[in-house]
Write a protein that binds this ligand. Structure first.
Ligand SMILES: Nc1ncnc2c1ncn2[C@@H]1O[C@H](COP(=O)(O)OP(=O)(O)OP(=O)(O)O)[C@@H](O)[C@H]1O
Length: 599
């Protein structure tokens, strides 16, 4: 067990630093003879090398103790709300195909240490003035209630079990569009219920035509739907959600992701699969072993689609979608979802779609914006002490004894380890997640964070997208990302499903390229932009094309087909008209006939 796990109470730990031989001990602000005000940014003419308050915590990493992992729970054996927490035998009342009892996926909900049910207190009024824009031909009308949609009794019952009272804006639009059989590119803000927006129509569609004849080839699975996501943890989360939505429907959901033993996943696949949730790497492996065939795929969903189609993942996605045996666009239904959709990614994505509808659901109206954003000028050398000041203040302000969770984003895996260590030795219970940790360690870290045992999680971007962790009260961008879209996803780990959240970013001269996009984004969200950031923004250009947001003031993306240059093919992708694989039927026809709806 790491030091983080051994710390029983955050409140005790920061003050009880004498209990362990830790060096250097964190000195809370009230015990220091110093001001705790954040460092002022240097003037633009000075070299930014003046030191702010606080000691140099950088030295502490040399004194790292070996916390080891000895006490960590084994893979898949943890209790309470863990990822891929399948196989709770005998708990459920349902029955899967093949006669196995179906575990009750709702049981873990009450197993969480936070007993308030997160979904009951959603401030849906905050969604009332949210802007919505749709484009494409014959856009189906949105609905206001789940009752208006014919999802079937079993699915409706599960929606009730999830305590979803009414659809979120993205669900109001995306579900009727998908049920009408249309391809969809949906861009909606973080934490707004996109998972259900693509899962409901898929489950409902499979239930409506459940008897598709599938080939009988020994040891090869023929799923009807494929949901791809960029990280293992997100795939597990989608799997957990999809299991809830499909409980007692007979629809079988299986997850396959790297870093975990493949044999267990193969066994699950052999038992039958309707919906396969997967990360691209493990899926390619399964396809190459001929243990999965995509021949029967009727639904393809890409969650975090812009991430899936950027340089890191695109070749694998093309291989899966275009070079194996998956039916082509038009023969399958394709649903792409994200909170951000840069233009160049939209162009790539159109290769996978047929006559699609673009849906943009904007941020919640400014006065009720759910995430309060702060940016503070903090020199590199002061970041650690400044973070500990924030964490300390947070603890002091905690009136009801129920500490919110804090997610701290750093740039590198080494940086994550070092910061976790520094926090631990200074009595702040922290754990970390990044790509160099084993899957077992990653899952344990998340579980410990989620349950509140370790209320501080230091993470690289592996945790930036999609993870839905209740009670994340504060996201700290200890190191700012280089891309404003990454910032949007990171801060979206708080303020989810109508809840309020706080996001603090540390900015210094190494983040100049982010000054303007950050200032613009904060202004759009009606956040207070510090005068010094405005000055930086005025002096520094955008940090490359990726930092020009496509969505303008209200959206995380806008339909690229509306741009006059769309078919001219003279941007940096270099193709000529149609070079993006845009179906001929588009032919510029989106200039007119574009429907636009405002909620
Ligand atoms: N109709 C609804 N009513 C109440 N809660 C809902 C509803 N739909 C979804 N939720 C809850 O909202 C939370 C966020 O949903 P989800 O994780 O799907 O967001 P997301 O849009 O995919 O976010 P991200 O962009 O970060 O991936 C989840 O806890 C989910 O259970």
């Amino acid at each position: 067990m790491s030091a983080t796990m051994r710390t029983s109470s955050w409140a005790e730990s920061a003050d009880a630093s004498s209990a362990r031989p830790v060096k250097p001990a964190y000195v809370p602000p009230h015990l220091r003879n110093r001001s705790v005000a954040p460092a002022e940014p240097p003037s633009f003419v000075s070299n930014a090398n003046e030191r702010g308050l606080g000691g140099n915590w950088g030295g502490s990493s040399n004194s790292r103790q070996d916390f080891g992992n000895g006490g960590r729970q084994g893979y898949g054996s943890g209790s309470g709300g863990g990822f891929n927490n399948r196989g709770g035998a005998g708990m459920g009342v349902g029955r899967e195909r093949g006669g196995r009892r179906e575990a009750n996926p709702f049981e873990n909900d009450v197993d969480e240490s936070f007993t308030e049910q997160e979904n009951t207190g959603i401030n849906f009024d905050a969604y009332d003035d949210i802007p919505v824009e749709t484009s494409g031909e014959n856009v189906p009308a949105p609905v206001n209630t789940f009752a208006e949609i014919d999802l079937g009794d079993a699915l409706n019952q599960n929606i009730q079990r999830c305590k979803y009272v009414k659809p979120t804006p993205v669900q109001r639009y995306a579900i009727p569009i998908s049920l009408a059989g249309r391809d969809l590119m949906a861009c909606a803000q973080t934490g707004s219920g996109k998972t259900a927006a693509f899962c409901f129509p898929i489950i409902s569609g499979i239930l409506r035509e459940p008897y598709a004849q599938r080939p009988r080839v020994a040891r090869t699975a023929y799923p009807l739907a494929l949901i791809l996501s960029p990280t293992r943890e997100l795939s597990c989360q989608i799997h957990d959600e999809a299991k809830k939505f499909s409980y007692q429907t007979g629809v079988k959901v299986v997850v396959a992701y790297g870093g975990a033993p493949i044999t267990q996943q193969l066994r699950e696949l052999e038992r039958g699969v309707d919906i396969l949730v997967a990360t691209p790497g493990r899926l390619v492996d399964l396809l190459e072993r001929a243990r999965v065939s995509l021949q029967m795929i009727r639904y393809l969903a890409l969650d975090e689609a812009d991430r899936m189609l950027d340089m890191g993942f695109e070749p694998q996605i093309r291989k899966i979608v275009e070079q194996m045996d998956m039916p082509p666009p038009g023969m399958r239904q394709t649903l792409l979802f994200s909170a951000t959709f840069p233009k160049e990614i939209q162009r790539l994505a159109s290769d996978f779609l047929a006559s699609y509808i673009f849906l943009a659901v904007g941020r919640v109206g400014s006065s009720t914006d759910l995430i309060a954003q702060r940016v503070e000028y903090v020199l590199e050398s002061d970041k650690r002490s400044h973070l500990m000041d924030l964490l300390h203040a947070q603890r002091e302000n905690d009136v009801n004894g129920k500490q919110g969770l804090t997610l701290v984003f750093v740039e590198t895996k080494k940086g994550a380890d070092a910061l976790e260590h520094c926090l631990c030795v200074n009595g702040f219970p922290a754990t970390c997640i990044h790509g160099d940790r084993t899957q077992q360690e990653r899952e344990q870290a998340l579980r410990s964070f989620k349950t509140g045992n370790t209320p501080i999680l230091v993470a690289t971007d592996v945790a930036a997208r999609g993870l839905d962790i209740p009670r994340v009260a504060h996201v700290v961008n200890f190191d700012l990302p280089n891309d404003i879209d990454d910032y949007v996803h990171r801060i979206g780990r708080t303020g989810r499903a109508g809840k309020m959240g706080l996001a603090t970013a540390f900015f210094n001269d190494s983040n100049l390229s982010m000054a303007k996009p950050l200032a613009d984004l904060m202004q759009e969200a009606n956040q207070e932009v510090p005068a010094w950031l405005t000055r930086y923004a005025a002096r520094t250009p955008y940090g490359g094309s990726r930092n020009k947001r496509t969505g303008g003031a209200r959206f995380g993306g806008r339909d690229v087909r509306k741009e006059s240059s769309y078919n001219k093919g003279n941007d940096y992708y270099g193709g000529t008209g149609g070079g993006y694989g845009v179906p001929a039927s588009y032919g510029g026809g989106y200039g007119q006939g574009v429907t636009s709806a405002w909620d």
